[in-house]
Design a protein around this ligand. Structure first.
Ligand SMILES: [Fe+2]
Ligand SMILES: [Fe+2]
Length: 305
């Protein structure tokens, strides 16, 4: 997986239409293309997560076809990473930089293979892929430029399947988790939601707060309008994820409400998953304030009803 850079566009040429960049200025293209190396790095991160999930599922002897389905998804994610590299290259973007240290750090917090499998299924697959599906759908909906739109549509098809796999896999594993592990997974749900909010919503909220205008051409080139990004994130969490968590047997509303409430283990530094997932964040309390204040300050227009 480390070698994604080596064969970036091999086999993908026939899959992708030619870019049509005539309607856009050089500055607009330059802005929009920067997203592709970042998307490539996210997709490779997903591939590593699915590989770790496959191994954890094998270790706990999760019944077929689960380990095989997780392994197949690893290959989907590698394809997505290659696709993003290929699109970025065609638009003149620099090569992605892959930093797998946050993934290693995240996995280091999940020593017990059953907790590891459940937690990865919950946070990265069920929650993460549901948000990802909604974001790709929003990006594809507004994209007009053919290459960008085709690549987003291609990834979206798989992400819709991946999030289903997360919810179904977690439901399959749930009966095997005892009370202690279920409590741990409840805390993981809260930490995961906080990490996703900081990673997905906070940068968009900051953009909106700054008053910086968003050029409609960026959306035509596949970049999600920050207002749409915020709406999409909170829609995904409040309308899709929270009810699904509750149906599964977790307390979805409490996980969302208490996402910045540190558990005793967190305070003692035994679990630092949230900060490890989003290593650029300074501190949990700062981000709690910024996410909530930004959303409040920006008013109900940005909050889902
Ligand atoms: Fe993906
Ligand atoms: Fe995915």
């Amino acid at each position: 997986m480390r070698n994604v850079k080596r064969d970036t566009t091999e086999g993908l040429e026939s899959e992708l239409p030619r870019p049509v960049l005539g309607p856009y200025t050089a500055a607009q293209i330059e802005f929009a293309r920067e997203a592709w190396p970042m998307r490539a790095a996210e997709e490779l991160r997903s591939a590593w997560i699915f590989r770790a999930l496959t191994r954890a599922a094998q270790r706990i002897a999760m019944a077929d076809p689960w380990p095989e389905r997780f392994a197949r998804t690893t290959h989907d994610e590698i394809r997505h990473a290659r696709l993003c590299v290929a699109v970025g290259a065609r638009l003149g973007a620099p090569s992605p930089r892959y930093d797998m240290r946050p993934v290693r750090a995240r996995l280091a917090t999940l020593a017990d293979p059953r907790v590891r499998a459940a937690s990865l299924l919950l946070v990265e697959v069920a929650i993460g892929e549901t948000i990802s599906m909604c974001l790709f759908r929003a990006g594809r909906r507004a994209a007009i430029e053919p290459l960008s739109r085709a690549a987003l549509a291609s990834i979206l098809r798989d992400e819709a399947r991946h999030q289903r796999l997360g919810w179904e896999g977690l439901a399959a594993l749930w009966p095997e988790l005892g009370a202690d592990r279920r409590d741990e997974i409840q805390r993981e749900a809260a930490r995961g939601l906080a990490a996703c909010e900081r990673h997905v919503a906070v940068p968009a909220l900051r953009w909106l707060e700054s008053g910086r205008p968003f050029d409609g051409a960026y959306a035509a080139l596949g970049v999600i309008d920050p207002r749409e990004r915020v709406e999409t994130f909170y829609f995904a969490v409040e309308r899709l994820i929270v009810p699904r968590l509750t149906r599964l047997g977790l307390d979805g509303a409490a996980a969302w409400r208490d996402r910045y409430v540190q558990s005793r283990e967190d305070r003692h530094g035994a679990f630092r998953a949230v900060t490890l997932v989003a290593p650029t964040i300074r501190s949990t309390s700062d981000e709690k304030l910024s996410a909530m204040e930004l959303r409040t300050n920006l008013g109900r227009a940005h909050a889902p009803t």
